[in-house]
Design a protein around this ligand. Structure first.
Ligand SMILES: Cc1cc2nc3c(=O)[nH]c(=O)nc-3n(C[C@H](O)[C@H](O)[C@H](O)COP(=O)(O)OP(=O)(O)OC[C@H]3O[C@@H](n4cnc5c(N)ncnc54)[C@H](O)[C@@H]3O)c2cc1C
Length: 472
């Protein structure tokens, strides 16, 4: 350890999104002096989110449900701690001066036991505020009101150890290195690894997989934690709907249909799922299957195919969240056809050729079978419900579909106090984690679960880090 510190404080928070803000507020209110280190402008994916946060009803029912969603990836005391802290999320927002309202429906998986305890809320926003902006405004205002120092455009590069304790961090700003000493603790809240291609290839089945969110989330926190011996967990867990990816835009656009006249096909033009019955966050599971015949991911990309009526019924995406929320998609999708993002064809053959699909005749056969299902009201193979079987009319349209991340969940494993654990299961002294980096969501994802966890795990980590005995 170097004794040449540039700055000294009680608690250092690395990454200023929802989890970092909640951690900083909580550490400050527990009595600590706090410094935040942020690589970009702050807000991360929190500011770009849709809007909902989970605040479960405290008790055994919520625990049962989270246990069921985890498929064995969580220990009981972690579930207990999560329910204990997250069930107070609404109270926390009110303490900060925010107003909340319930966002029905609550549960994402109503068929799993205990789902009735899953209740989602949002922070009421001002006119014109999009998605996570109302939550972010509230959190960042509270950080400002507490005069918490934020080092903007400053990247955490390395955690600094003395003996078996983490005592500080080396950061970089404009090519200049700065060492910040943390007398009580450090909280890692640098978000996910949505823009780290190497990690995505290594940990996920299926590639490429794009992202809707913030380009700053490159998995830095994983490296920082691994460097000091942290155990990783939940690396293959993710929430990823399907979306579109176009040249000139780093982030993807989410697929969102305002009419039922559409199907999804693989590269050979075959349907493979009940398109209108897909669970949004797990859509990636439908396309991540490796085709052992063709030795490739034959559903990455898949293709969204729709007709003239669907085109005219509204945008095939939903604006208002994600990194592309400034883009104004045309109401009838015509601008995106003009740009060449949506391909059009007189018939299946022309469309398949335009899209570069493997088999033009097969798409024709698939559409004929689909039209027949619409007329009989029965989708024998994939069980699509009768009211969603809407016959195609007029010109055809198509666009490649990719799995696209709302969030990654993997990262350093933390215990029920938010401490990051080493590979032997012992806490790495004075090192805490919060938010999407090393999230508790180890398998199925409950909507609102990440922002709910940011608020809960941030507060928990902030409180415990601030309560550490200070270094001499
Ligand atoms: C389009 C979209 C919609 C979503 N909607 C919802 C929703 O409605 N409900 C929900 O619960 N979840 C939603 N999510 C997921 C949720 O937004 C995120 O999981 C959550 O905001 C993560 O918060 P965080 O604080 O952990 O990380 P972030 O908010 O992403 O913040 C991490 C911060 O760390 C900074 N950072 C990274 N590396 C470093 C470094 N080396 N040094 C310093 N700083 C660093 C980044 O710049 C960033 O500001 C959505 C995500 C997306 C993309």
């Amino acid at each position: 350890m170097s004794d040449a510190w540039d700055e000294e404080t009680d608690v250092v928070v690395l990454g200023y999104g929802g989890a970092g803000a909640a951690a900083a507020i909580s550490a400050h209110d527990t009595g600590a002096k706090v410094v935040i280190v942020e690589k970009n402008q702050g807000g991360g994916n929190t500011r770009l989110a849709t809007l909902t946060f989970l605040c479960p009803i405290k008790g055994q029912t919520a625990k049962k449900h989270i246990r069921a969603l985890s498929f064995g990836t969580l220990e009981e005391e972690t579930i207990d701690a999560f329910v204990q802290w997250s069930s107070k999320n609404v109270g926390f927002i009110r303490e900060l001066g925010g107003e909340t309202e319930v966002c029905p429906p609550g549960p994402t998986f109503p068929n799993l036991p205990g789902s009735e305890a899953m209740v989602r809320y949002r922070v009421k926003g001002k006119e014109g505020e999009l998605g996570g902006e109302s939550l972010w405004r509230l959190l960042s205002q509270n950080v400002e009101q507490r005069n918490i120092q934020v080092y903007w455009q400053t990247t955490a590069k390395r955690l600094l150890r003395f003996g078996d304790e983490i005592v500080g961090v080396e950061t970089e700003h404009g090519g200049r290195r700065l060492k910040v000493r943390a007398r009580r603790g450090i909280i890692l809240s640098t978000g996910g690894f949505e823009y780290n291609e190497v990690m995505k290839r290594d940990y996920f089945s299926g590639y490429p997989i794009y992202s809707f969110g913030h380009g700053g989330n490159q998995g830095d926190g994983l490296k920082l934690a691994q460097d000091v011996g942290a155990e990783l967990w939940h690396m293959k867990a993710l929430a990823a709907p399907l979306g579109y990816k176009f040249p000139g835009y780093d982030a993807a656009f989410i697929m969102w249909m305002s009419a039922h006249g559409f199907i999804i096909v693989d590269q050979q033009g075959r349907r493979f799922c009940n398109e209108t019955g897909l669970e949004k966050y797990s859509m990636w599971m439908e396309v991540a299957r490796f085709d052992m015949g063709g030795l490739r991911f034959s559903r990455i990309p898949s293709y969204l195919i729709f007709d003239e009526r669907t085109r005219l019924s509204g945008p095939i995406t939903r604006a208002g969240h994600g990194a592309n929320r400034g883009y104004k998609w045309s109401d009838d999708n015509s601008e995106e056809i003009r740009r060449g993002w949506i391909v059009s064809g007189r018939d299946a053959e022309e469309l398949a050729c335009g899209l570069g699909m493997d088999s033009a005749p097969q798409l024709g056969k698939t559409l004929t079978a689909y039209q027949k299902s619409c007329r009989t009201g029965k989708d024998k193979e994939f069980g699509r419900s009768e009211e969603t079987l809407v016959e195609f009319r007029g010109r055809l349209y198509g666009v490649p579909l990719w799995p696209c991340l709302l969030n990654t969940q993997g990262g350093p494993k933390r215990n029920a106090r938010g401490q990051i654990l080493d590979v032997w299961g012992s806490p790495i002294k004075r090192l805490y984690g919060a938010g999407e980096l090393g999230s508790i969501w180890g398998f199925l994802y409950q909507s609102g679960g990440n922002l709910g966890e940011c608020l809960a795990s941030g507060r928990m980590a902030g409180h415990h880090a601030a309560s550490e005995t200070p270094l001499a």
